[in-house]
Design a protein around this ligand. Structure first.
Ligand SMILES: [Zn+2]
Ligand SMILES: [Zn+2]
Length: 366
């Protein structure tokens, strides 16, 4: 079928909104009419080719929409269902069956190759294949092909156009706290970086009942928003060591947990310095430091770090849970959102990179 999609033709280039041909769904696939899609840092990492994917390509991986058609073996969703798309997983490997589909053995094969496992592409243009099926969706288009497993049914009483980022960025932030660190009520945490992922982590820390939630960033405006969303303290680390400040003014013995969304050595070192003995750090950033280096002196006394993917969540359980919290006013992620039309995608990207917009969501033309 003919769809409208934003196509990336060259590394670091602009997205171009063009006509594209999309396959019909295969037996295990689902055709989704995309209503809206978030822009996530990972889309831009591919644009800049920090993550390898062939070009030209259709990207986008925070799609929400309505099921249009399903393949012959699909049973979990049906036409008309409201859905959020999330990364695909196989459902059969050790990690999937033990409740950790983000670490699926086939994660890269299913999500990051630009085509199906058998090598076929779902997107075509002028008789040529386009790379797509990014995170098994490529939601920068008016329709997308996904699989049954990464199509998550959501309630119909919440505006569908705000829900897409639950499938990646917000799930990553909230899950890193609620599923990975699992703080107890009354414990303490610092969150480094107050983009959408970090802010989701701050909201989650508040949900968990953390008594000290420190937001660390170099942008005062974002720190203000962090406070509105649950941070009990904020530290602007532009001209000072956040760890020194935390030790001197907030928690002299150090924090139980740290959550870094930044992906830089100096930030992880600060996080380790700010933690008490046996403190645990989770990192999710795709940053500028090629190797993670932590000074040995900071790594002692039972402290640990893990890198988490997608908040180690089971999306069909976790996304509805986040929606439930949103309903109760306890996960007000709509405060991060700014809407753009698909043909404003390059403006949305620019605003996201400048930090003018926290979470850009593109509305599809229908
Ligand atoms: Zn698997
Ligand atoms: Zn993402």
């Amino acid at each position: 079928m003919k769809i409208t999609a934003a196509v990336l033709h060259e590394p670091r280039g602009a997205f171009k909104v063009e006509d594209v041909e999309l396959d019909a769904p295969r037996p295990h696939e689902v055709l989704v009419k995309i209503v809206a899609t978030g822009i996530c840092h990972t889309d831009l990492a591919v644009r800049d080719q920090h993550l390898p994917l062939g070009l030209p390509a259709v990207l986008g991986h925070e799609g929400s929409g309505i099921v249009e058609a399903v393949g012959s073996s699909v049973t979990r969703v049906k036409p008309g269902d409201h859905v959020v798309l999330t990364p695909a997983s196989c459902g059969e490997c050790d990690f999937c069956v033990s409740g950790h589909p983000s670490y699926c053995e086939k994660f890269s094969v299913l999500n990051m190759q630009g085509h199906r496992e058998d090598g076929s592409c779902a997107h075509h243009q002028h008789g040529q294949d386009l790379q797509g099926l990014f995170l098994y969706q490529s939601s920068f288009g008016s329709y997308a092909i996904a699989t049954e497993r990464n199509t998550i049914k959501v309630p119909t009483d919440i505006p569908l156009e705000i829900l897409g980022p639950l499938g990646c960025g917000l799930q990553t932030g909230a899950g890193s706290v609620l599923n990975v660190l699992r703080p107890q009520a009354g414990e303490s945490i610092a969150v480094y970086g107050t983009g959408p992922v970090g802010l989701a982590g701050i909201m989650a820390a508040k949900v968990a009942g953390c008594s000290v939630i420190v937001a660390v960033d170099i942008n005062d405006q974002r720190l203000e928003l962090a406070r509105e969303l649950g941070a009990t303290h904020t530290v602007n680390s532009r001209n000072q060591s956040s760890a020194d400040y935390i030790r001197e003014h907030i928690m002299p013995a150090g924090l139980h947990y740290t959550f870094s969304t930044v992906g830089r050595n100096e930030v992880v070192a600060e996080a380790f310095k700010a933690m008490r003995y046996m403190g645990r750090c989770v990192e999710v950033g795709v940053g500028t430091s090629a190797n993670l280096e932590i000074p040995h002196s900071l790594f002692r006394m039972g402290k640990s770090i893990t890198y988490a993917i997608e908040g180690d969540s089971v999306p069909e359980v976790f996304i509805p849970r986040l929606i439930q919290l949103y309903r109760k006013g306890r996960f007000p992620f709509d405060k991060l959102i700014k809407f753009y039309d698909l043909d404003q995608i390059n403006q949305a990207v620019e605003d996201s990179e400048k930090g003018v917009t926290l979470k850009a969501i593109l509305r599809m033309p229908h």
